[in-house]
Design a protein around this ligand. Structure first.
Ligand code: 5GP
Length: 112
């Protein structure tokens, strides 16, 4: 059973994809929690960060590098927040690893 993000990657479900390479894609969140809310998603359907293994290190590094570049490109030099929800109790709703990039407003700490 393909994950939501696999269906978006193949075009079966529409989304606004801002960037794509051989390992990941970047799309706008359908229910943005900030003026800018992007999702950085590996094409490989790793269920969560907890399910990644040591061999996924280069991919995880690539995802963070793409996140940084998206921050530079889309946050207009403002500060931004990067989030990975890992597991249902932490707020993860889509079982396919993804990084949230949020910007365009101030953020409280600690998060809820
Ligand atoms: P999670 O809660 O797993 O950390 O994040 C999943 C994110 O996917 C949520 O912020 C949610 O709004 C977003 N999302 C859920 N369904 C869709 C969809 O069909 N399209 C897009 N672009 N984002 C989605």
């Amino acid at each position: 059973m393909a994950t939501l993000f696999e269906k978006i990657a193949t075009g079966a479900i529409a989304a606004e994809i801002l960037y794509r390479d051989d390992r990941c894609m970047v799309l706008r969140d359908i229910a943005p929690k900030a003026p800018l809310h992007l999702l950085i998603v590996p094409l490989q359907p790793i269920p969560s960060l907890a399910a990644a293994n040591d061999g996924d290190g280069p991919l995880l590094g690539h995802l963070l590098t793409v996140t940084r570049k998206m921050g530079e490109q889309f946050s207009q030099k403002a500060d931004y927040r990067v989030v990975i929800n890992c597991g249902a109790a932490a707020g993860q709703t889509v079982p396919h690893l993804h990084i949230h990039l949020l910007a365009g407003r101030d953020f409280a700490w600690p998060p809820g």
